[in-house]
Design a protein around this ligand. Structure first.
Ligand SMILES: [Zn+2]
Length: 482
């Protein structure tokens, strides 16, 4: 009991929670005993699919804080997943328990290691109608961001998971998170890849994995970087579960018993759960169309606007990356404009303005990702000039510039000066028509030419004067001799 109290201090909750937590602790102990008894008894065969929403009596929900003990889960960026999942799950438990007609259990309330089979078996032992496994994500290359829900492959569990995902994910989107969708994943044997889903479904328990966000991506970790924010995810989960199960809470003043107001959710809840939802199945084919064209350039403002056209006939486009070096390296992932993986919509044509580093000639390319990480690369946009801010050195603005130009009158140094070299090279490179910024370097060249001509005229005049004077002296001398 003492360690239990310590934990409570570590994760302070609202008043009233300690009672719930205490009750739960006893329940967990009781059902651990039941679970042990169940585990040693012969395995029960999975019955017909349970329609959990038509059960009489309390609906039984099991919350599974992912990982625990030596299984720490994701460890990135100072985050430890097994701790985060527990904080979120405890908050979820506390809030969901405030709804009527639901009994909530946790697979663990401490930092203990449980196998996936043990978690599913526990859910079976408490006659769970649904299991929600709580997780936080990270990607190998630290590039992904957003929230997703993993659901079973098989009907009707698949549709149940989909219905729940459609309830939760828009709430997370409202918080500002990017939505990665509701998906299935298959292992080599053709069954569910994720053990908690596989083991639960084998026991006739619908189960989903909630991957709240990516702890290793800058756009996501501000959503989970404190216990309060991790609790906030738990409250969001609880309300989504309550909505999904049609629960109501007098103390919270929430009533979902007459179903959702949202027409999209109404449609989703009316789905034929006997069928697998097509959009949850993996799309292995790459986006069919991915091309880019130039829209506008601002060479001095260091920006290029491009138009992207892309399409995938099987699954929505979700991210894009852009390359400035022809595809050798790519930008961080960008959310695909208008991407809504829940409705399958995305913008198939959009313009984007890219910042171009000063002094480079970009070779722009786009890589499109569909919802299942299949990618296509676009054509390469060649033919740009160098993007460069306006030069300080301007002969027409003041004496300083003229002085500076004095050193450049030498043809060699004029040839080596940045802008004239650049524009000369540009013309040779791709035959690009002179862009709007070509005025200034031309002014420098004109000035040099005029200066040279003036100098030449001056020299010529001086020479002529000297020749005339010499001739005059010679004539005078000749006259005197005569
Ligand atoms: Zn995890």
């Amino acid at each position: 009991m003492s360690s239990f109290r310590r934990k409570q201090n570590r994760f302070p909750f609202e008043t009233g929670f300690s009672n719930l937590y205490g009750k739960n602790f006893i329940k967990v102990i009781l059902f651990m005993i039941l679970l042990t008894a169940w585990l040693v008894s012969p395995s029960l065969s999975a019955g017909a699919a349970s329609d959990f929403r038509q059960d009489s009596g309390d609906i039984v929900v099991v919350i599974d804080p992912g990982h625990g003990g030596s299984n720490e889960g994701t460890k990135e960026n100072g985050f430890c997943e097994k701790e985060m999942t527990l904080v979120t799950a405890l908050a979820l438990y506390e809030r969901l328990s405030q709804y009527e007609g639901v009994t909530v259990y946790l697979t663990r309330v401490e930092d203990t290691k449980l196998s996936l089979a043990q978690r599913a078996a526990f859910a079976k032992a408490v006659e769970a109608d649904f299991l929600f496994s709580i997780h936080y994500n990270a990607s190998e290359n630290h590039e992904l961001f957003g929230s997703e829900v993993w659901v079973p492959l098989e009907a009707p569990y698949n549709a149940y998971g989909y219905q729940f995902g459609c309830t939760l994910l828009p709430r997370l989107r409202d918080k500002g998170l990017f939505i990665r969708g509701i998906k299935t994943r298959r292992n080599d044997k053709g069954t569910d890849y994720y053990g908690i889903i596989r083991e639960s479904v084998a026991l006739d328990i619908p189960a989903v994995i909630i991957e709240h966000c990516h702890v290793d991506e800058v756009r996501d970790y501000p959503f989970c970087d404190s216990p309060e924010k991790q609790q906030a995810f738990g409250y969001e989960d609880a309300d989504a579960i309550a909505c999904f199960l049609g629960l109501s809470s007098e103390s919270l003043g929430i009533d979902y018993s007459s179903g959702p107001d949202d027409p999209f959710l109404q449609e989703v809840y009316a789905l034929d759960t006997g069928k697998v939802v097509a959009s949850t199945l993996i799309d292995t084919t790459a986006p069919e169309i991915c091309s880019v064209e130039r829209a506008a350039e601002d060479y001095e403002g260091l920006q290029a606007t491009i138009q992207v056209t892309a399409a995938d006939y099987d699954s929505p486009l979700m991210y894009y990356e852009y390359s400035l070096d022809g595809g050798a390296s790519y930008s961080p992932r960008q959310p695909w404009p208008g991407s809504d993986v829940l409705t399958g919509e995305y913008q198939d044509v959009f313009q984007v303005t890219l910042d171009i580093p000063e002094g480079i000639i970009p070779r722009i390319r786009i890589r499109a990702y569909n919802q299942y990480e299949a990618t296509s690369e676009s054509n390469i946009l060649d033919g740009y000039g160098v993007f460069r801010r306006p030069q300080e050195m301007d002969p027409l603005v003041g004496p300083e510039s003229v002085e500076a130009l004095g050193t450049a009158v030498n043809p060699e140094s004029a040839g080596a000066s940045g802008s004239s070299e650049v524009h000369g090279w540009l013309g040779a490179h791709e035959g690009t028509e002179p862009e709007e910024d070509s005025g200034q370097p031309m002014r420098i060249q004109d000035f040099l030419l005029v200066s040279l001509l003036a100098a030449a005229v001056l020299v010529a005049l001086t020479l002529m004067v000297q020749i005339l004077q010499a001739a005059k002296k010679r004539r005078n001398r000749y006259k005197r001799k005569r």
